[in-house]
Design a binder for this molecule. Structure first.
Ligand SMILES: *Cc1c(COP(=O)(O)O)cnc(C)c1O
Length: 392
């Protein structure tokens, strides 16, 4: 089956007792057993829920994976992967990851004796150099948040495959939230584990928080599945229903997102108050060639640096009507965020500046509204920026 068919049908059969075409919300905590150990495969809802099973089968199909597990949030999914590790283990992580991922590693897992090295993973040789005997995971995000840089998944997978330093072969984890499975399937390029915040494009309607982990390896799956139940950060059945419903339109939504994002990126690139635009679909993007090779499209996220530094950003934010000032991304409506004071506030300023997450950086999640309306909205907003107008 091709992608858009899987998005609508994978894991979903008409409900057998009534024929209901939509998977019901099985809002139950437990299941009645006929006799001791005589049941229909469902005992307790932390361990199994039919709405969740349907979602997990659909998610696995979208990433061409044998297995998927779903969680109550993207960070809960990341925590599930970290449960593979023990005190003394080491992780090599890309240095431009979601702020919450950085916080989870630095503030939580570090306390449990796990160490981290953050490297520019867009250069596979830097990943190779950072691997130690204790390295168990290599963790990438591509495109990255908020700078939309790309890592070459295949090149990093080869580094991990050919590594002779680690005592146990590390697993390559790719956070595929920004691309969504519609544009990129990391397992096909040699990754061992894919993680998603389904809160974003998969859910797609800004009405649910959730996470997912996909993999092909039986050994990894057994441990991940064990911890899904043992730690218990599972999503509720209504959340699973909402994500399943959102996924049905993923293919058409992503097409609309990226068409609008390209138009917005091209518009901003020509605007006199814009210093720099970051969008993998622009030929000016440093990883444009890799994007063409690795992805099936360039996605719906656009970042840009406004002229006038922090003051410029302060004057612009909140001037638009269709682009709402809010955290999160990947919903049908357009959002704008200021990474430094919103999503990436937990990263120290020196570290942010060193990575290019500067005070004047603005990140757009381009929605699926009408393209002309979106551009008009940005134009009206930029025209209100006084300080910058003088500098023009
Ligand atoms: C939002 C996000 C997460 C965290 O997911 P939650 O659902 O908010 O817990 C992880 N990675 C990326 C790239 C994200 O955008």
């Amino acid at each position: 089956m091709k992608f858009s068919t899987k998005a609508i049908h994978a894991g979903q059969e008409p409900e057998p007792t009534t024929g209901a075409i939509m998977t019901p919300i099985f809002q139950t905590s437990t299941y009645v057993q006929e006799g001791l150990h005589k049941h229909k495969g469902y005992e307790y809802a932390r361990t199994q829920n039919p709405t969740r099973t349907a979602l997990e089968e659909c998610l696995a199909a979208l990433e061409n994976a044998k297995y998927a597990l779903s969680f109550g949030s993207g960070l809960a999914a990341e925590g599930n992967i970290m449960n593979l590790l023990s005190s003394g283990d080491h992780v090599v992580c890309g240095d431009d990851v979601y702020g919450g991922t950085y916080r989870l590693f630095e503030k939580v897992w570090k306390r449990y004796g796990i160490s981290f090295d953050f490297v520019d993973a867009s250069d596979a040789s830097k990943v190779a150099k950072a691997i130690k005997p204790e390295t168990r995971l290599v963790w990438l995000e591509t495109p990255t948040n908020p700078l939309l840089r790309l890592c070459d998944i295949k090149a990093v997978a080869d580094v991990v495959k050919n590594d002779k330093t680690a005592k146990i072969k590390p697993a390559l984890v790719v956070d595929n939230t920004f691309a969504s499975p519609y544009l990129q399937n990391p397992l096909d390029m040699g990754a061992d584990i894919v993680v998603h915040s389904v809160t974003k494009y998969l859910g797609g309607h800004s009405d649910v928080v959730g996470g997912a982990v996909m993999c092909n390896r039986d050994d990894l799956y057994e441990t991940l599945k064990y911890h899904q139940n043992a730690v218990g950060a599972v999503p509720g059945p209504f959340d699973c229903f909402l994500v399943l419903r959102g996924i049905k339109t993923l293919a058409v939504r992503m097409e609309a997102h990226q068409k609008n994002a390209m138009a917005v990126a091209q518009y901003l690139e020509k605007h006199p108050l814009v210093e720099k635009v970051m969008y993998p679909g622009l030929p000016s993007h440093p990883h444009h060639e890799l994007a063409k090779k690795q992805m099936r499209g360039f996605g719906g996220m656009v970042s840009f640096v406004i002229k006038g530094g922090e003051e410029g950003a302060r004057q612009f934010l909140g001037t638009t009507k269709l682009f709402s000032l809010a955290e999160s991304l990947g919903g049908v409506e357009s959002l704008m965020c200021h990474p430094v004071s919103m999503t990436h506030g937990s990263i120290p300023k020196e570290e942010r500046d060193a990575r290019g997450v500067v005070d004047a950086l603005i990140r757009l999640s381009v929605g699926i509204e009408d393209q002309d309306d979106l551009i008009k909205d940005l134009e009206t907003g930029l025209a209100k920026v006084k300080l910058l107008a003088e500098a023009k």
